[in-house]
Each structure stands twice: as C-alpha cells, then as structure tokens.
Design a protein around this ligand. Structure first.
Ligand SMILES: CC(C)(COP(=O)(O)OP(=O)(O)OC[C@H]1O[C@@H](n2cnc3c(N)ncnc32)[C@H](O)[C@@H]1OP(=O)(O)O)[C@@H](O)C(=O)NCCC(=O)NCCS
Length: 237
C-alpha cells in the first residue's frame, strides 16, 4: 500500500525515527498524507465541501494545510508539521522533504489557473521557506531555510536567501562569471552597486551635517560682525 511505503520511506530518511510504527502513530506529516489521500479522493469526485472539511480537520490537528486539489507524489516527508501551507494547484514530485513553516503559495487571484509552485523529485525545502507563484523547483534541488523563492530553480541547485539566488549547481559553488546566464546567477554588480549606494547615502548624510554646521558658524560670524560694527558706530558717535 502507498501509505505504508511512505511511512517506511519517512522512517528511513528521518534519523530521529525509531521505527515505521512510530511514524504511523506519531508523525503529523504522515497523518497529513493520510488525510490528503482522503480529501484528494473526494475532491477528484467533485465532493468539494467534504474534501475541504477533511483538509481543514487535518490543518487543525497537525498544523499542515494541504489543499485537496494539490498533487503529491510518493514518499513525501513533512517533518515536524506546524504552519505548513500547500496550495490548490501545487504539485510535489516523489521523495521530497518539507520542514515546518513552509508555504507553497499562490501569487495570483485568478481562479482555475496554475497559481502555485511545481516541485520536482528529491527536493528538500528548508524550514520557513516560502515558494510563491507558479514557479518550478527542479529535481534534486535544495531550498535553504528561510528562503523566499519567486523564480524557477534549475535542477540540482541550492538556493538560499530573500529573494533566493543560486549558490550551488550540481554540488559546485556558483562563481559569478560572464559566461553564465545572468538571470540564473547572483547579480554581483547589483550587490556591489547596493553597497556603494549605501556608502554614498551615509557620506551624503555626513556632508549635509557638515554643511549645516558651516552655515550655523557663518550666521554666528555674521552676528559678531554686525555687533562689532554697531559697537564702532557707537564709539564714533
Ligand atoms: C541550504 C542548505 C540546504 C545548504 O546546505 P549545504 O549545501 O550544506 O550548504 P553549505 O552549508 O555548504 O553553505 C553554503 C553557503 O550558503 C550559506 N547558507 C546555507 N544555508 C543558508 C540559508 N538557509 N540561508 C542563507 N544562507 C545559507 C552558508 O552560510 C554558506 O555561505 P558561504 O559560502 O558564504 O560560507 C542548508 O543550509 C539548509 O538551509 N537546509 C535546511 C535545513 C532545515 O530547514 N532544517 C530544519 C530542521 S528542523
């Protein structure tokens, strides 16, 4: 049975798991898969209200909200649960791992369109990562904890950060070079430009402070000159 295979695969992949039975009885991620199997069945048979009822019940019990319309491959390991949202048109391949606080969310408000991500096989999505919109995460890729992914991620890549950028491809660190497609690598020029802009803005603030000080001094001097001129006038009189 598919679910037993899922439980075994979770037990194999989680170093903290003692047995498959423990996974079946205690793991919220496994319970969520069970609920999703039922809600997805109901959804496919157009029993939309019942399907949503089951998925919401799962959400209350496990903190994992999987829309009944989401398509999930075999061997998904949702570790810990809590705060996980998987949207209606999301698709997840085989043998993926998802940690807590992950969102596979939509960006558009149009109904009946693909609004959520497509995740390939053997993908790991780190804790707190947000993947938004109809983007594709290539097979065997890793999405770093806390990343925000708004663009497609190539296969065999590691992405981190906000907004996420490729730091590794096929296990190799990505060094920005002119021979690579700029859209798919970190933008070092923009990063340097940002730094220079910040420095410039800081310096501009300093210059403004100096200018203000000079103007105050000039006003003080002007006052002194006026006073001394008035003093001389009085003396002459
Ligand atoms: C992204 C990740 C998969 C990278 O693993 P890795 O391939 O071993 O990468 P490394 O540890 O060699 O790190 C490579 C670089 O990315 C940085 N990095 C790693 N993870 C990062 C993250 N989540 N956000 C930002 N930068 C990250 C490292 O600091 C390092 O930077 P450097 O080259 O300037 O030193 C891993 O760090 C991660 O986030 N895994 C998710 C784990 C998780 O959610 N666990 C929850 C358990 S409860």
């Amino acid at each position: 049975m598919g679910l037993l295979k899922d439980a075994k695969s979770i037990a194999d992949r989680d170093p903290a798991a003692r047995s498959t039975l423990e996974v079946i009885l205690l793991y919220p991620g496994f319970k969520a898969l069970l609920y999703h199997k039922i809600s997805s069945f109901l959804y496919r048979h157009k029993l939309f209200f019942l399907a949503r009822y089951i998925s919401q019940k799962c959400s209350r019990k496990t903190g994992i909200e999987i829309h009944p319309g989401a398509k999930i491959g075999s061997g998904l390991f949702i570790d810990h649960g809590h705060g996980i949202v998987i949207g209606e048109t999301a698709e997840i391949g085989n043998n993926c791992t998802i940690y807590h606080q992950v969102t596979l969310g939509g960006t558009g408000r149009h109904k009946h369109t693909k609004r959520h991500p497509t995740v390939g096989d053997n993908v790991l999505i780190g804790a707190g990562a947000k993947i938004l919109g109809p983007v594709t995460i290539g097979n065997n890729s890793l999405v770093g904890a806390g990343s925000v992914v708004l663009d497609d991620v190539p296969e065999n890549s590691t992405v981190t950060g906000m907004k996420a950028r490729v730091i590794k491809m096929a296990g190799q660190k990505v060094v920005p070079s002119l021979s690579l497609e700029h859209g798919k690598v970190p933008d070092p020029v923009a990063q340097e430009f940002g730094k220079v802009r910040m420095e410039f803005e800081n310096k501009e603030c300093n210059i403004q402070a100096i200018m203000d000080e000079i103007q105050t001094k000039i006003k003080e001097l002007e006052c002194c000159i006026k006073k001394s001129e008035q003093g001389e006038d009085l003396k002459e009189k």
